[in-house]
Design a protein around this ligand. Structure first.
Ligand code: FE2
Ligand code: ZN
Length: 403
């Protein structure tokens, strides 16, 4: 296991010649008697004035007037600190006056340690990546009834899911509304072209490859959607008694980081070659034709892995790139698929289990199984978006801090 390090691969800051006057940070020094001094860019303080002309408390948001004609040359004329009341006062060159409580400033302090604290505590917990060997260590079980009745248990489940990308829920009833009840505890389900809840079982003449009893190699769900469902939930109602139907799961961010270290050129190819993902078909009366064009490994503005796309059946035969990019992509993809398989874990769910995992990060699959009249496998699936999960985590955290 290792923590995802911040490495700037995709983003190269522009090289500047001599810094210009407007590029200087122009910091306001705020001595804090209780801890380290703080420094704030003057223009940021002006933009975040808390007076009633500039800020609307009932919506906790900035009012837009300042931006009708933003004066970026605005300067601090005078500033002072009330050490007893712990308030910073500023008079501005545009005639405005502002005050900022220290409690508010400390929360927004630009020091590296405070920015890191805010990102980890409030934005998103830090992800811990794992290989198949680590799976038994990071595997954690949560109990359905506790998640339904107890906010602390709900928070622990979602937190574990955010950090490790996988969490197992046990002892759910064998009823059709389990995923809906779990989703409602978090917020609400995500609807896709396959509806809200979908049934995975062997169906002759199936419209989707997952609905066959054949082996299902490692994949992400629905890479052909721009707005990819974030969390997949799979509720086992019936499990095949045959030796097959075994779950496969791998942390594709771990695999991507391994490629970044060992095969940097192939890593670059998988980050920079757009692939056409597609799904054409129908579900009930709805006909659909979904396409999303994006690389296998998607990085954010800081070069961190953000999303993986991978599904062999749902990769289109259209490959809209120059011909010279095709073979290098296949070479890189062969490495990625081999490593994902090598670093995957295997286990078999039993009825009453709800397997939940991060569909932006993990690849999952299952071995084939024999489906007969007396030996069936029936899984119900549904999705929740990460926005909804993270929002719920923050609300639960804030509620706990108030009690
Ligand atoms: Fe799937
Ligand atoms: Zn103001």
């Amino acid at each position: 296991m290792f923590q995802a390090e911040r490495r700037d691969v995709a983003y190269q800051p522009p090289k500047l010649s001599a810094p210009k006057e407007q590029d200087q940070p122009r910091l306001v020094h705020v001595p804090d008697p209780d801890r380290e001094d703080m420094y704030f860019p003057d223009i940021w303080l002006r933009d975040n004035c808390l007076c009633k002309e500039c800020f609307l408390p009932q919506t906790l948001s900035r009012l837009p007037q300042l931006w009708n004609n933003l004066d970026t040359s605005v300067r601090v004329l005078r500033h002072s600190v009330d050490r007893d009341q712990k308030i910073l006062f500023i008079e501005w060159s545009d005639g405005h006056a502002s005050q900022y409580p220290f409690s508010w400033l400390r929360e927004r302090d630009f020091s590296p340690a405070n920015r890191q604290r805010y990102l980890r505590e409030c934005y998103r917990p830090e992800q811990i990546l794992w290989s198949g060997q680590d799976f038994e260590q990071i595997r954690q079980v949560f109990y359905y009834e506790e998640l339904i009745s107890c906010d602390a248990a709900l928070r622990q489940w979602l937190y574990h899911l955010a950090v490790y990308g996988v969490a197992m829920v046990k002892d759910a009833p064998l009823e059709m509304d389990v995923l809906r009840r779990l989703s409602n505890r978090v917020g609400f389900m995500r609807r896709t072209t396959y509806g809200e809840e979908f049934s995975v079982r062997a169906q002759p003449g199936a419209s989707n490859y997952a609905y066959l009893a054949a082996p299902l190699p490692l994949h992400t769900d629905m890479p052909y959607l721009e707005y990819l469902p974030g969390v997949t939930m799979l509720h086992t109602l019936e499990q095949s008694a045959s030796p097959g139907g075994v779950n496969l799961l791998a942390d594709a961010f771990y695999v991507a980081e391994m490629m970044r270290d060992r095969y940097p050129e192939q890593f670059r190819v998988l980050c920079q070659t757009p692939v056409d993902w597609a799904d054409i078909g129908s579900d009930g009366d709805l006909k659909f034709h979904n396409i999303w064009r994006a690389p296998v490994i998607n990085l954010d503005a800081e070069g961190q892995c953000m999303r993986i796309n991978h599904s062999i059946p749902q990769r289109d035969s259209h490959f809209s790139v120059p011909v010279e990019q095709v073979r290098p992509w296949y070479e890189a993809m062969a490495t990625f698929v081999g490593l994902a398989h090598e670093h995957s874990s295997r286990f078999k769910t039993t009825p009453g289990d709800v397997l939940t995992f991060n569909n932006l990060r993990l690849v999952h699959g299952r071995t084939g199984y024999d489906d007969t009249e007396h030996n069936v496998r029936h899984i119900l699936g549904a999705f929740i978006d990460w926005d909804i999960v993270y929002s719920r985590l923050r609300v639960l955290r804030n509620a706990r801090q108030l009690t």
